[in-house]
Design a protein around this ligand. Sequence first.
Ligand SMILES: CSC[C@H]1O[C@H](OP(=O)(O)O)[C@H](O)[C@@H]1O
Ligand SMILES: Nc1ncnc2[nH]cnc12
Length: 295
Amino acid sequence: MSEQTNQPVIGIIGGSGLYDVDGLEDKTWRRVTTPWGDPSDELLEGRLGGVRCVFLPRHGRGHPLSPTHLNYRANIDALKRLGCTDVISLSAVGSLKEELPPGHFVIVDQFIDRSFAREKSFFGEGVVAHVSMGHPVCARLGDALEGACRDIGLSVTRGGTYLVMEGPQFSTVAESELYRSWGCSVIGMTNMPEAKLAREAELCYATVAMVTDYDCWHPDHDHVTVDMIVKVLLQNADNARTLVRHVVPELGKPRGACSAGCDHALDHAIITAPAKRDPALVAKLDAVAGRVLGK
Ligand SMILES: CSC[C@H]1O[C@H](OP(=O)(O)O)[C@H](O)[C@@H]1O
Ligand SMILES: Nc1ncnc2[nH]cnc12
């Protein structure tokens, strides 16, 4: 029999417009410190349908943090440190395809990372690791999210590529058209390096990309503005909260090891010989890689 994850714990990262979740029992905001610095905010712990979950507002409550200035490593470490096994990313995105209108949800399955001003790995000098990113999204989580969206009647597409831009400015028309020519479905500023770090931390990760606008390429729609995004976000955020209430009890059922292998991503990733490892970095990796490095 496969290894049991007896008690899955569901992490939820709320993006723009999502600074809390409702329906949580026994909830407390908890400050978490990590070796990588401070996460975006306190983390909200509680239970949904008896399942433990942990919510983190990606940009902090009141949205003080821009995509470039998020401490992605601290956010993922904090979720792992609190015992999360699965992470759902809820993110506002622009649409790069006609058939993905505002209000539509996309369970993306690929990313193109064009961010460039961020710390992208927990590893480095003293402990070098290369994890596989061929399939950056946990298909098991994606299945559950797709099923839950359909159950509650949301308009959803399974699969698609999320282009991660650095921002904070929105794209030029030439950039938007370039990403369209690459076949990308949606554009946003936050899901990388988040997904890479989740993989390094052996967390199952999947994104619900919630379309707010048509970016700037569509001849019949105004170019994206924050005002435009916020208007659509309110409805998207309500739908996302319903989705969370629906999917968390499902994901919290006891299960075997992740069928997609996310929880063993470090099995063959670390190349630095034990004798050459930097003890200070090994210590910082206690939550993220304690399973393979020893606590
Ligand atoms: C406020 S609109 C632009 C902002 O919204 C998205 O963030 P998130 O993924 O956290 O919802 C987008 O990536 C930008 O950061
Ligand atoms: N058009 C867009 N570009 C980048 N990030 C976004 N988030 C929401 N809409 C966006």
